[in-house]
Design a protein around this ligand. Sequence first.
Ligand SMILES: C[C@@](CO)(OP(=O)(O)O)[C@H](O)COP(=O)(O)OP(=O)(O)OC[C@H]1O[C@@H](n2ccc(N)nc2=O)[C@H](O)[C@@H]1O
Ligand SMILES: Nc1ncnc2c1ncn2[C@@H]1O[C@H](COP(=O)(O)OP(=O)(O)O)[C@@H](O)[C@H]1O
Length: 300
Amino acid sequence: MLKHSKILWPSPCKLNLFLHFIGQRDDGYHRLQSLFQLIDFGDDILIETNDSQEIEFHCDVAELSNTDNLIVKAAEALKAYVAQATNQATPNKAPMGASIRLTKRLPFGGGVGGGSSNCATTLVALNHQWQLGLSLDQLAQIGLKLGADVPIFVRGQTAFVEGIGEIITPTEMPEIWYLVVQPECHVSTAKIFSNPLLTRNSKAITIRDLNALGLPFKGRNTMQDIVCRDYPAVAEVLKWLVQFSSNARMTGSGSCLFIPFDNEQEVRKIATRCSWPHFVAKGVNQSPLHRKLEGFIKPD
Ligand SMILES: C[C@@](CO)(OP(=O)(O)O)[C@H](O)COP(=O)(O)OP(=O)(O)OC[C@H]1O[C@@H](n2ccc(N)nc2=O)[C@H](O)[C@@H]1O
Ligand SMILES: Nc1ncnc2c1ncn2[C@@H]1O[C@H](COP(=O)(O)OP(=O)(O)O)[C@@H](O)[C@H]1O
């Protein structure tokens, strides 16, 4: 019989240290190249499994407290995948119920991937707690249908990313500090992607070029100029950040911006002068989610 468990899981965020587009697929989706830096800061997801077949979801943010949430969608997608994989003649009767509570710290729709990370954490956590034994590959496949950035969080490693987010090459980055600032506006990802001025033919690079070209910090986010033009609140934060670092940059399709720093004290001092919502956190090569998972799997 399945032993029930109650576990608190981390759901970290990411920063795109550079981001450009090298073409479009037949379905219109843009083929990107990016360095996804995982960050040791994020939401918490508390999962308690139970004997029902129901997914119960609670969240401290009213706006996200509905079944449209990527957490609920992840749990349902996992159940559907298992149901399909199980021989119909001997349907899987194992209880797949859970009560899930999200504590939200990450801005949503800010380009830090909070929703995608919540989705990935739910897949990885429920696979562990329901003892499904699916591989990270299988979980990434399920996740990709729910969002392009989900597989990166399922893999849980800082990585050079291609395709629309499904081609992932882990790479080690210096584990430095970041100040992440959230301008007072929400950027529509779809709107930025549909802007005719967006550069869609950047020169494709290889992972070897990362060092040779001085990337990621010498790279750029090709969405940044368009977002700054359409959203003055983003331009205002960028202007404030560039006085502290020439590497100030937007993450994803915005609206959040960041500056990298080697020195924690220095970045924390700058943060005290920041009047917009913000956080300071460290870049990590391995996701805190996978560190937690390893803790369960490692022998004593
Ligand atoms: C560009 C990135 C980099 O991380 O931005 P952020 O979401 O983090 O800000 C992501 O890959 C964003 O992917 P994702 O988060 O799945 O985008 P969605 O909001 O689902 O996409 C909204 C719309 O943007 C377009 N879209 C999205 C991804 C992509 N590679 N090409 C596209 O053309 C599609 O029209 C899609 O319907
Ligand atoms: N658990 C969740 N956390 C955050 N956003 C969610 C969640 N579930 C669904 N969403 C929806 O997904 C959208 C994008 O979320 P998010 O991944 O945080 O954006 P981004 O990739 O720009 O950081 C949000 O605006 C929200 O409407």
